[in-house]
Structures are given as C-alpha cells and as structure tokens.
Design a protein around this ligand. Sequence first.
Ligand code: PLP
Length: 462
Amino acid sequence: MIKPLMRGAVPDITAAIGKTPIVRLNHVVEDLDSEIYVKVEYMNPAGSMKDRVGLNIIRDAEERGMLQPGGTIIEATSGNTGAGLAMVAAPRGYKCIFVMPDKMSQEKIDNLRAYGAKVVICPTAVEPSDPRSYYSVARRLVEETPGAFYANQYHNPANPEAHYLSTAPEIWEQTGGEFDAFVAGMGTGGTLSGCGRFFKEQRDDIKIVGVDPIGSLYYEYVKTGRLTKAFSYYVEGIGEDVLPSTMNLSILDDVVQVDDRECFQMTRDLVRREGIFCGGSCGAAVIGAIKYARGLKKPQRILVLLPDSAQKYLSKIFNDDWMRSNGFLDDDTTGTVAHLLKRQPTRVISIDDATSVRQAVSILKEHGISQLPVLDSAQRHCGIVSEIDLLNYLVQNEGGLDMPVRELVSSDYATVSPHTRLQLLKNIFNDAKVVLVTENDRLLAVLTKIDLIDYLASDSAV
Ligand SMILES: Cc1ncc(COP(=O)(O)O)c(C=O)c1O
C-alpha cells in the first residue's frame, strides 16, 4: 500500500529541483545604471542548474526505453551534469560512470564519488579526436558496458529542453517577464538555447547574451564565422573546443568575452560583497553582464544565470596561493595588453579578402612581417594569411598569383582584448603563434611572441 505523503514533504529529492531564488546585485555593480539580477542555481539539491538537465535526460531516456532498470548512465562531464545525473540516478537505482578532464577540481571528483559513481580522469591537453580525450573514452565505455546509456549532454536535445521546460518558465513566472536581457555562460549551450528559445517565444525583443572565456572558440566563431584553435584557460564549465549541437548560436544577440582573472575576481566579490556563495562561471557571467551593460545606450534590467556553488572551488579560486601562482591576484604586476600597446604602438597592416596572392606576398615583403590579418567586405577581420599559407599554396602550384587570398585565410590565431593580462597572454603563446587584439569588433593590433618578449625585456614594463 502506498502511504499518503506527509504535509509539507516532497516524495523524493528530485521533486526538490528548481524554485531557486532571483536576487538583485547591490555591491559589485558599483556605478552601473542598469540593474543586474541573478538566478541562484546552486540552491538545487545537487548544487547546480544541471540538476534540471540530469532529471530531464534520465526521464527522456526512460520514456524512450534507452535506460532500463539497473542500467548504467555514462557521461563525459566537468562535474555538475554528473552530480545532477548521480542525484537523480540514486533513488532510481541506476549506476553511474563519469569521465572527466584532468583540469577539474578535486572537490568535483570527490563530490561524484560521494554519490557512489565511478570517475575516470583523462588528459585535458589532447585533441577531442585523440583516443585518450574524455569524449573518446566515454564513447568506448558506452560500447563496452552492458546496459549502458550515454547521457551525451553535448548532443542530447533533452539538455536544452530541460531549460526550456524548467528553468525558463520558472524565471518567467517569478519575474512576469520584466527583464530586457538574459545572460549566461556558454558551455554545451543548453542554458542559452533552452532559455533563449522560451524567452524569445514570449517576447522576441528580449536579448540573449552569451559569455565566453578567452581560449574558447565561440566568440571568434560568432563574430567571424571561423573556427579557431582553442587553447587552455582555467574557468570551469564554460567555453568549448568543438561545437556542440546543443548550442543554438542563431538565438544569440551578442557574445561577450571574459578572461580568467576578471572571472575569478568577480567570483570572490560575489561571495565577499554580496554573500552569494557561487562558482567561477558565475563570476564570468556577472562580469560578462556588466561589460554588456556598459555598452548599452539606455539602462536595462539584466537577468544572469549563476550555475553552481563556491564549494567546488575552495582549493582554487578561494585559495590565495593558487590565485597568486596563476597571476590572478592584484599583486600581479606584469600589466595588460594595453600597457604593451602603449609602449610599443603597432600599426595594423591588414588586407581585404579580395587582395591577390601576388599583392599579399609583396605587402609581407615590404613590411618585413610574417602574417596579415584579412578583413571581409564589412571590414571585420575574418582570419589571417601567413607566409606559410602562401608558401604552401605556391609550392602546390594549384592556382595563379591572381587568386584572392580569401581562399587561403586560416584560423590559426587567438583573440584577446586590451584588458587581457600579460600573464595570460604568455600562456596563450604556448598554444597560439599569432594573437589579434580586438575591441568592440575592431582590430587594434597583431602580436607575436617577440612583441611580448621585447616589452617584458624593456625598462618601462610596468
Ligand atoms: C559551472 C558551469 N557553468 C556553466 C556551464 C554552462 O552551461 P551550459 O552547458 O548549459 O551551456 C556549465 C556546464 O557544464 C557548468 O558546469
């Protein structure tokens, strides 16, 4: 006999997902005319907005017969989706195996093991197609495990659907739709695509704004349509090195780029000045929203989704030694890209994409440089051509010297802003040969390693 439920109780922990508060920010927004409100998703039972995703993915798999009683859920996860899946799996009796990249914090790994899940750690510094990458290992485990179900948050429509069915309607009910812009970090795109779709269906003038860390490919892809090589950064949960099919970029009105240092400083401020105990991608979303607000002509109400809690980052973002050793504290004195450009003003020599190979070679020779940024017909940069691209083309002897360089444009560069710390620029040069400095979609400079070395070796470096 099923006993009636006690008044005030829910039948199991999964029924406690959602109904998270929306809070106004009062102290970290300083002189901003716009108002910023945050949806505090760490108040979900397993500590993040991914609880909603875990529930919807499992419910959907059960309904479609892809997950049988006693089955095993496998996922490539940076932690939160794992916790959401593990929490929902526990009362339903499923087993879980999670595959994680090695840059993830120990707290996240321990958290998943606490739910009884198996955790497999893989190297971060390999291509997604490498058999050791966490995507490849997850796929292999699915093939080898009987009764396995691959949650596949990067390509499972049940991920954005979770936000379409749960997060967004909840926000709408709480606010009555009285906000102008919705801002969230860009990971799988579940949050932005699901919420974005719901909000646009209610009112298509609501702006949907993504926040992307420097090092990830989204920003450059949205701005120029080019897939550049991603390079490493520290903020967890946002940014990608391949495009997930769960990300609907067409729903975005704007993308804001942020760097690790500003994300982590804002995360600390949110905890210390607002009392909101949130994680690193929350700092990213809020600093992204502030940058977006600064570019607005009229003050607006901006709603920002804060995915998870500070608990999982105590040994990193909230540890002074870790912050200092990575150059994220105020006592980092190496300065910013703007300092470098002030001391070593560089004239940007660019070409448009109709320029012929012959003219490009002659411009490289005339200026003694090795690469040229290329601008499209709207004068936006759309990539670079380098000596090596031209050389390969000429050796293969496929076309004439009159061919437009448009055909040879490559994506082998990284983009930064004038505010990027030189400490970070140094790390970027571990992966990228050329860095383009942009601000408000305008190309300000092209930097190579030698520019940074010259600056740091000079007496006037700050
Ligand atoms: C901490 C954190 N922030 C942000 C995100 C990005 O959310 P989404 O995958 O919905 O784009 C994730 C996703 O895993 C996350 O774990």
